[in-house]
Ligand binder design. Structure first.
Ligand code: NAG
Ligand code: NAG
Ligand code: NAG
Ligand code: NAG
Ligand code: NAG
Length: 617
């Protein structure tokens, strides 16, 4: 792990002195990598012998269509059956007793959504032939075929922990997910899909086959669904375009793909959506996982012009968009939120800045926040029912209130401990959920592109008793709801920490933290926040467990910005409390007693905030 990291930093370093003909190099690399990847995929897909063994016992039940094909049973009839059989399993039906299975009734609302037209074309995906008999009376059913994604792929192949974002030695590529041959199908009035569901098995929400059926249905809807203009007036001249999608699913469909806002009817396990085509089109045009950047860094990642043609939504309507942050439970982040607002405004953005706060923020602090540029909204904080009483993250679910900002079409949420260095408006072109990778297949919730929606908020609230957040915070929770996310470059939300504790890592990251004009879009101050230290040095040095977060360069950058961007009135909000000063001095003393080798505890503190007369309440 640390070796890999060192390699990465060395690569980053060599790239800093990259040759001018980088573009052509990348092109050659792409060709080689494509070749290499084809061979690689072919190797990966060949099942190990023990797996083949079990397939032979009962190929119709166990093998995925891909392996069946390689065993010479590649005609579509068999392939389709295999997929159906497997899907039956997922629904919890008996493996052998297919005939015992209850036939699935068509949804009772079908007549209403199809209307009186006689020539209805219904595309059906992942459905059993038996289940289709009734559908025939509603129109012509068109089975949609595709190979099932290999069982040998795992979620982490699509959502890897790390990718070579800067394309120094690699062009990130994604594993192939088979999709239908869209061109081979006619336009369809309705698309029907049976979604696999392994709930309540652990990991049911990170099931590749489930994702595949979702995406296949979504892409089919975008490409072949008959589009209807719907402006609520029925005059067809403006408003959103919709297509009809019906899914059969025991667990809730993925909200990242099928938005709850588009859900028109729900009966038993049937869900009927009138899907907003523009939004869906944008989502399916992005890479299928976080295995590639949704926003590629071109050039040196500093003066690139991003080609938005792929992701610009079809509508030209001016949208309401805002940056937002959340303060709750205490005033300790007020100073950070002030610096954040000033840093956002310094990038020249014209978007609204919205701050959600609970009743813990006093009137003078509210005035200062408003003076810094925030539009304030009072919220009541949200408890994590699984958190311990009075724990530091008991109310971290308050972030869910962002989804209630429904007077905005899109929100870029930014944690109050982030300093923005470059304009982030580009991110408004990305759909929910777009974020920077954290670890494993998890995104960091410090900067998120999200789409406010009352029903999404309801979903977040209603799952609180069920979902366990891996870290007790909102990040762990949101990652269980939005498992399908889009990777933004790390430079957008660059974490202030040094995992590997090597000089190579230090020198690369310090160069990034310090560069002027900035190369980073945002620095995320993990550990003790700059405004809770003396300005003389990063006080994370004095705490054993926090030393991975200690960076004098990043610390100095925050203070330099605060000095330039805040007047005395705002800066007065960044004073130390007596309690915090006591903690700081205590940690400094401990570091001295333990003689920490970095010697930061030796530095004479000159920060006037240390003086008793300057302490704040
Ligand atoms: C469509 O309806 C809207 C709202 O009632 C109206 O302003 C517009 O003129 C109508 N367009 C047409 C072409 O009738
Ligand atoms: C969301 O709910 C709030 C009230 O809880 C309501 O004022 C608002 O209009 C709703 N937004 C939408 C888009 O329906
Ligand atoms: C909870 O929120 C606090 C304050 O916003 C933050 O410092 C902390 O890291 C969060 N905890 C988790 C586990 O997300
Ligand atoms: C980091 O490296 C230094 C010197 O290389 C060493 O003294 C220190 O213990 C390391 N810290 C951690 C947390 O591994
Ligand atoms: C810190 O201040 C003390 C007294 O003012 C002085 O004697 C000492 O040399 C200073 N130390 C450093 C490292 O500047």
């Amino acid at each position: 792990m640390s070796e890999g990291l060192v390699g990465r930093f060395q690569r980053t370093m060599t790239a800093a002195a990259a040759a001018p003909s980088k573009a052509s190099l990348i092109r050659i690399n792409v060709v080689f990598l494509a070749l290499f990847f084809t061979v690689y995929v072919a190797l990966i897909l060949r099942p190990p012998s023990s797996v083949v063994e079990s397939y032979r016992v009962s190929p119709l039940v166990r093998c995925s269509s891909r392996e069946c094909q390689s065993q010479g049973k590649g005609d579509t009839g068999v392939k389709m059956k295999v997929v159906l059989e497997e899907a039956g399993d997922d629904q919890g039906h008996m493996r052998a007793g297919r005939r015992n299975r209850e036939k699935i009734e068509t949804p009772s609302f079908l007549k209403d959504i199809i209307g009186e037209t006689t020539m209805t074309k219904i595309g059906v995906m992942n459905m059993d032939e038996d289940d289709l008999s009734e559908w025939g009376s509603y129109g012509e059913t068109i089975p949609i075929r595709f190979d099932r994604v290999s069982e040998l792929f795992e979620w982490k192949d699509l959502f890897p922990e790390w990718i070579d974002e800067e394309e120094e030695s690699d062009v990130p590529l994604c594993p192939e997910i088979p999709f239908p041959d869209f061109d081979g199908y006619p336009e369809m009035d309705l698309i029907v899909a049976k979604l696999p569901c392994k709930y309540p098995e652990t990991g049911w929400n990170r099931d590749l086959f489930r994702l595949q059926v979702h995406l296949a249905a979504a892409r089919m809807a975008v490409e072949k669904g008959k589009k209807k203009h719907d402006d609520g007036n029925g005059n067809g001249s403006s408003g959103r375009r919709t297509v009809k999608v019906v899914v059969l699913s025991k667990c809730r469909p993925m909200p990242e793909i099928l938005r709850c806002d588009d859900l028109e009817r729900k009966k038993d396990d049937w869900w009927y959506y009138e899907v907003d085509v523009a939004r869906l089109e944008q989502k399916v045009s992005l890479p299928v996982g976080s295995c590639r950047l949704a926003l590629p860094l071109w050039g040196q990642g500093i003066n690139e012009v991003y080609d938005l043609s792929d992701i610009l939504s079809a509508t030209k309507t001016v949208r309401r968009e805002a940056y937002a942050t959340v303060l709750h439970s205490s005033e300790s982040y007020v100073c950070g939120a002030i610096a954040l607002a000033r840093s956002l405004l310094a990038t020249g953005t014209k978007r609204d800045l919205v701050l959600l706060m609970d009743a813990s923020i006093s009137q003078p602090k509210q005035d200062a926040l408003a003076a810094a540029g925030w539009r304030l909204r009072l919220i009541s904080r949200i408890r994590n029912p699984k958190a311990e009483r009075r724990s530091y993250n008991e109310y971290n679910y308050s972030k869910f209130r962002l989804w209630q900002l429904t007077d905005y079409h899109k929100i870029i949420f930014i944690d109050a401990d982030i300093l923005v260095l470059r304009n982030l408006d580009l991110l408004f072109h990305f759909p929910q959920m777009s974020a920077v990778g954290n670890d494993n297949s998890i995104f960091n919730s410090g900067i998120m592109v999200l789409e406010p929606s009352n029903c999404t908020f309801k979903l977040l609230m209603s799952s609180r008793d069920e979902i366990v957040s891996y870290n007790g915070g909102d990040q762990g929770y949101l990652n269980e709801i939005f498992v399908w996310w889009h990777r933004l470059p790390r430079r957008v939300n660059f974490l202030k920490n040094y995992w590997s504790n090597t000089t190579a890592e230090r020198s690369v990251k310090d160069q990034l933290f310090g560069s002027d004009p900035p190369k980073l879009y945002g620095i995320h101050y993990l550990g003790w926040k700059p405004w809770l230290c003396y300005r003389d040095y990063d006080c994370n040095w004095d705490v054993e467990d926090n030393r991975v977060y200690a960076s004098d360069v990043a610390h100095a950058r925050w203070w330099r910005f605060a000095d330039e961007a805040m007047d005395d009135g705002l800066r007065a909000l960044c004073g130390l409390t007596l309690q915090r000063r006591t903690e700081l001095n205590w940690e400094r003393r401990k570091a001295r007693l333990m003689k920490f080798a970095d010697g930061h505890w030796k530095i004479n503190v000159t920060d006037p905030r240390r003086l008793k007369t300057n302490l704040v309440s």
